[in-house]
Design a protein around this ligand. Structure first.
Ligand code: ATP
Ligand code: MG
Length: 351
């Protein structure tokens, strides 16, 4: 029996509710497929920040380093600015562990209302370590008419190439179609470079059809004809926008999963639902656990158990298609626990 060593950071708000649900489902899948988890919980959170002045201890990254993967619920709390959780926890982990791929699968499940027409089965690959989210820049002349702000974006050949290669390879394993998000008509240094590298990497993946679209037009097409897309790849900012848009188009932010991957496996990868801590519904037991459960499925897949991961996603799809057990965000009345039980039942019924 393989045992995977997982660092668990439930975080804040509904993170504390959806994390146990997701891990329970992953463990049930493991029992069916001959693997198990050793879980080590860390209380790193905005709550810890309010108590101790830091999201995680100074040696936090070193503590995570030896684990096979990190599972994170959600971090965020009213009164704590988003940049605290971002720069105090999420971004350091993503960068230190070279998690340069942010993977966000999006599917339209039968039984989930969507504001758009057509099937959706796509994956957004977001560059996760450089690009527009740099710390380089500054403010000048505060309070004067000449006040200004400057922010630099960083695109490196190595950084762009590695995420493009991941996206092309993923497209090759899926329906063989990749769309690159750009805006090289308006942004005249970084994105033309990105486009050049897309063309260069495309030459190495002759089996994959590819297109590029300006981010504005791409957002419109994602709403108007989502079924044409397979793999979408974008910079840190564009990938961020595309994945939230795609998740909304598929029905609810509550069902969207994500993986922060270090594809070379030099360091642990991190798995987390796309949604935040949702303080408006926290503590009520009503959070939709699908985003977290699906993220756990991505973790199971990354740990080498693709069959078990497929079964978890199939169990989610099965419960949604039956339609009698649904959480509030999807128009139902079930709580987190009841929905999780239904997924576990479906998993046990799997062949
Ligand atoms: P944070 O500051 O942590 O990002 P937030 O409130 O800004 O939190 P989300 O947590 O993503 O952002 O919540 C946005 C909205 O979506 C909220 O109204 C929340 O209740 C709802 N929501 C998010 N996740 C879920 C979920 N899993 N189940 C049900 N509703 C959810
Ligand atoms: Mg938020």
């Amino acid at each position: 029996m393989t045992t995977h060593d997982i660092a668990v950071i439930p975080g804040d708000g509904i993170g504390l509710e959806v994390t146990p649900a997701a891990l329970e489902v992953a463990q049930a899948a493991g029992r069916r497929h001959g693997f198990a988890f050793r879980l080590t919980e860390y209380d790193w959170s905005c709550e810890r920040y309010l108590r101790e002045g830091a999201m995680m201890p100074p040696d936090g990254l070193d503590r995570l380093r030896g684990h096979d993967a990190v599972f994170l619920g959600a971090v965020g709390a009213p009164g704590v600015p988003d940049h605290v959780s971002l720069w105090g926890l999420l971004i350091p982990i993503r960068r230190a562990f070279r998690q340069y791929v942010n993977l966000r699968p999006v599917r339209r499940f039968e039984g989930v209302e969507s504001p758009v027409r057509g099937d959706i089965d796509l994956v957004v690959v977001r560059e996760n370590t450089e690009g527009e989210y740099s710390e380089i820049g500054g403010r000048m002349n505060r309070g004067f008419p000449e006040e200004m702000a400057v922010q630099e974006a960083v695109f490196t050949r190595a950084g762009v190439t590695r995420v493009l290669d991941y996206a092309f390879e993923l497209a090759g394993r899926r329906r063989g179609y990749l769309t690159s998000a750009t805006k090289s008509n308006g942004i005249v240094h970084t994105l033309p470079f990105w486009d050049e590298l897309v063309r260069e990497r495309a030459a190495g993946h002759p089996g994959v059809r590819w297109d590029q679209e300006h981010i504005d037009a791409l957002c419109a097409k994602l709403v108007l004809e989502p079924s044409r897309f397979d793999v979408l790849v974008g910079s840190n900012l564009f990938g961020d926008i595309l994945s939230d848009l795609a998740a909304a188009v598929a029905g609810s932010i509550g069902i969207a999963p994500s993986a922060n991957l270090n594809p070379e496996r030099e360091f642990p990868s991190m798995f987390e639902p796309v949604h935040g801590s949702a303080p408006d519904i926290a503590g009520q037991g009503v959070a939709d656990p699908i985003g977290a459960i699906w993220s756990a499925a991505l973790m199971v897949e990354h740990l080498g158990h693709a069959g078990a991961a497929d079964e978890i996603v199939a169990a989610i799809a099965d419960v949604l298609a039956k339609g009698d057990v649904r959480t509030r965000d999807l128009g139902g009345t079930a709580g987190t626990e009841e929905f999780t039980r239904a997924v576990l039942r479906s998993l046990d019924g799997a062949a």
